[in-house]
Design a protein around this ligand. Structure first.
Ligand SMILES: Nc1nc2c(c(=O)[nH]1)N1CN2[C@@H]2O[C@H](COP(=O)(O)OP(=O)(O)OC[C@H]3O[C@@H]1[C@H](O)[C@@H]3O)[C@@H](O)[C@H]2O
Length: 261
């Protein structure tokens, strides 16, 4: 028995304790304090619709359809020209949108805000939200409650974008753009060309880090090709200056920061 439990636990990750309480609290904070224009949202109904997507179900076989009631319930529009996607640059993207308050990353929307950094799942044997272990997403368990959630809400986020949209990419990685990423496999293909006319990419490099990719690199050429084929204009900037300022707050002495000041 123990071998089985140990094996199972090695392939599982710690679920977040008290997920329901956290999701309810975050929903109330977001709709009553941060965005009072959403104060009529029913957070208890949002929580129940969220948990109904995965409780009592196989934790490795969650479907997009399981989350459709939640997507239908929470309708929030992001202003045109204010959508910021990111890939392998979560921290800087949120530091930037935390200062440039007009910009919206997915976390700056209600659904992204309530779920960020949480792990959750259900179990066919109980109607409870698991409080201990959830299976890791791997080749034997590809559709977990958490991974399917981010795919679904990322698709919705991209579909509702309009005007000029932005993406922050990481030029300190060998490929700043990857078709295997959520941005590269879900979001970029769900931008509506009749709503989105331009995509601006910002390829950011760690202060003092190695510059492995850039706007001139092959991965960005691939992104440009995908975007242009979808009748969307593409522009790229290395180390977009306002985002560079944010990075320099932590590295004021670095030479690349002194020229900015
Ligand atoms: N907490 C969040 N997680 C995620 C968001 C998001 O917005 N918030 N995601 C995806 N995502 C989950 O993060 C990793 C990949 O990140 P990472 O490899 O760094 O980058 P991805 O392009 O895969 O995903 C970021 C992209 O998708 C949305 C967000 O609007 C960004 O434009 C993977 O598990 C995804 O399911």
């Amino acid at each position: 028995i123990w071998v089985g439990v140990l094996t199972w636990r090695q392939s599982s990750m710690g679920a977040t304790d008290h997920v329901s309480a956290i999701v309810l609290g975050r929903c109330l904070t977001y709709t009553r304090n941060m965005h009072p224009e959403l104060r009529n949202q029913d957070c208890k109904k949002i929580l129940n619709t969220f948990t109904s997507a995965f409780v009592s179900k196989d934790p490795c076989n969650i479907t997009k359809e399981d989350y459709q009631p939640l997507i239908d319930l929470v309708t929030q529009t992001v202003p045109c020209n204010k959508t910021l996607f990111w890939s392998r640059s979560k921290e800087l993207a949120h530091q930037y949108s935390g200062i440039q308050k007009e910009m919206f990353t997915l976390e700056d929307t209600l659904l992204g805000y309530i779920a960020d950094n949480l792990v959750w799942c259900g179990d066919p044997r109980t109607s409870e939200v698991k409080e201990e272990f959830c299976p890791y997403r791997n080749e034997n368990c590809s559709s977990t409650a958490t991974s399917v959630f981010w795919t679904v809400v990322s698709q919705k986020f991209a579909e509702s974008a309009c005007g000029t949209v932005y993406v922050m990419l990481n030029g300190s990685r060998t490929t700043a753009f990857s078709k295997a990423s959520t941005f590269g496999s879900v979001e970029v293909f769900n931008l509506h060309p009749d709503r989105v006319h331009t995509l601006h990419a910002w390829v950011m490099h760690d202060i003092g880090g190695v510059e492995r990719d850039s706007c001139l690199g092959s991965s960005i050429k691939e992104l440009k090709s995908i975007v242009n084929q979808r009748n969307i204009s593409f522009f790229c900037q290395d180390d977009y200056r306002p985002a560079r300022f944010v990075q320099c707050v932590r590295h004021p002495e670095h030479p690349s920061c002194s020229v900015l000041m």
